[in-house]
Write a protein that binds this ligand. Structure first.
Ligand code: UD1
Length: 437
């Protein structure tokens, strides 16, 4: 049993420090494999995806020590280059280890990665970029083997600004002789954070945060020591929670500049938001508004990771709206769970060729526009998390619903949120967790 019980409509008040960013820490942990010494990371979130990456690094020979939110990774002796299948199945970010491992060891073996069930999520961009760098890739029965002797920097191009493929290409390029130019890059803040970290290791990069990044330089002997930025998605989730429950909260350590699209959306729902430095102060409106149209897109647009969470907010508003998902075709699975709580969402339209994805929203997995019809607001129900952000969104919906909501399968939430229940309790939410057999 792994359930979260929520009594909705209790306003939240108080201050919360935003956890370190999941999507920033995972590539940094992978990048630590490049350094033949000790890397120190501060403000590392206590989430299960980090635990998974720790096990991957340890299986390769690294020594990882964690003391509260500080983590040291001693990668002086890396003796293996095969990532264990059981960890690969749990987390898509395991693919991030491919780039640094090939750069350092000249050989790396992994498998097609797992992760959330939000769509097909292939790794073809990663593989194509590595091949363009001159790395030989052998694929057989889900196993991916990368082999390279010496490879030289060149110009490589992404067809779509994939975050993970951009990061993997940057990491692999650190092992190339000379300069690599990566075109069509993703511009997410986590890429800027990765490049700043590589800088601390002696690798030069120019252009992080734009669609063209140059990488050159050599790993120095200097031990890097960096602090992980606040998690923009976790921050947005707590703001959404207070928006639907009511009340007034302040977040500290928030990455305000990278949250513009999320803050704009919450303002569109009627929330009053003030920012100062890394503080966000939000007052929930008496009555939430539904935004007529919202579309997920690549950074700096509205993030796909906030989609289900904003959908929960939309369901608590008065009025009709549409949300379009343009990144992951399976993200609307949670819509069917919201409907159990009294929401009136229909998922429409089609993405050609996404037959593999099965949506519970009644669209055979082909839908990518959610139409939210005006309803009576949400009521408590038994609902089931099927992915990380969808699970968090169900908690948000429960906080805005009348009566009791029970969220099942909440281990998904632990992949990206550090003590979500404890944090919400601190803010006054009526929420508790039941674990056991
Ligand atoms: C990262 C984030 C995830 C976020 C996503 C988009 C981490 C650990 N995860 O995931 O939280 O939702 O960015 O902002 O940082 N694609 C392919 N082939 C590939 C790679 C991607 O077709 O080889 C497609 C995906 O299926 C998806 C789109 O490209 O439709 C974007 O994916 P991508 O940006 O790569 O997401 P991730 O890096 O996996």
């Amino acid at each position: 049993m792994n359930e979260i019980h929520i009594l909705g409509k209790y306003p939240m008040y108080g201050e919360l420090e935003v956890q370190g960013s999941k999507n920033a820490v995972l590539p940094l942990m992978a990048a630590s494999l490049l350094h033949r010494g000790v890397t120190t990371l501060e403000h590392v979130p206590d989430i299960t995806d980090v635990g998974c990456m720790v096990r991957i690094l340890e299986s390769l020979g690294a020594v990882v020590v964690r003391e509260k939110s500080r983590m040291t990774i001693d990668a002086s002796c890396i003796s293996f280059c095969e990532i264990p299948l059981e960890e690969v199945c749990k987390m898509r970010s395991s693919i991030m280890v491919l780039g640094p491992l090939i750069a350092r060891m000249r050989r790396a073996v992994t498998y097609y990665p797992g992760g959330c069930s939000i769509g097909r999520r292939p790794v073809d961009y990663h593989i194509r970029l590595l091949r363009e760098l001159g790395i030989k890739i052998l694929e057989e029965d889900g196993r991916i083997e990368a082999v390279a002797e010496n490879y030289c920097g060149t110009v490589i191009t992404l067809d779509f600004p994939s975050v993970g493929a951009t990061e993997n290409a940057i990491l692999a390029a650190t092992g190339a002789k000379g300069e690599t130019v990566i075109c069509g890059c993703a511009r997410e803040p986590e890429i800027v954070e990765l490049c700043a970290f590589l800088q601390a290791m002696g690798i030069e990069t120019v252009g992080a945060g734009t669609d063209r990044i140059r990488v050159w330089g050599q790993i120095s002997k200097r031990d890097p020591h960096v602090r992980i930025h606040g998690d923009r998605i976790a921050a947005g989730t707590y703001l959404a929670a207070a928006a639907v429950a009511g009340g007034e909260i302040t977040l500290t350590g928030a990455p305000v500049t990278s949250m513009k699209a999320t803050l704009q959306a919450l303002c569109g729902c009627g929330c009053l938001i003030q920012t100062e430095g890394d503080h966000i102060h939000m007052k929930a409106p008496r009555h939430l508004r539904t935004i007529p149209y919202l579309e997920t897109t690549v950074y700096p647009g509205f993030p796909t990771d906030m989609q289900s969470i904003l959908l929960a907010v939309q369901c608590c508003g008065a009025g009709e709206g549409r949300m379009q998902e343009t990144i992951f075709e399976g993200r609307f699975e949670t819509a069917a769970q919201f409907n159990k709580m009294g929401a009136r969402i229909s998922v429409e339209s089609a993405l050609p060729g996404c037959e593999g994805c099965i949506s519970a929203a009644g669209c055979d997995g082909m839908g990518y526009i959610a139409r939210i019809q005006a309803g009576e607001g949400l009521h408590g129900a038994h609902v089931t998390a099927t992915d990380l952000r969808g699970g968090a969104a169900l908690v948000v919906a429960g906080l805005g619903a009348m009566g009791e909501t029970i969220v099942h399968q909440c281990h998904h939430i632990d992949r990206g949120y550090e003590d979500m229940v404890g944090n919400l309790q601190k803010l006054g939410a009526r929420i508790h967790r039941i674990t056991g057999t």
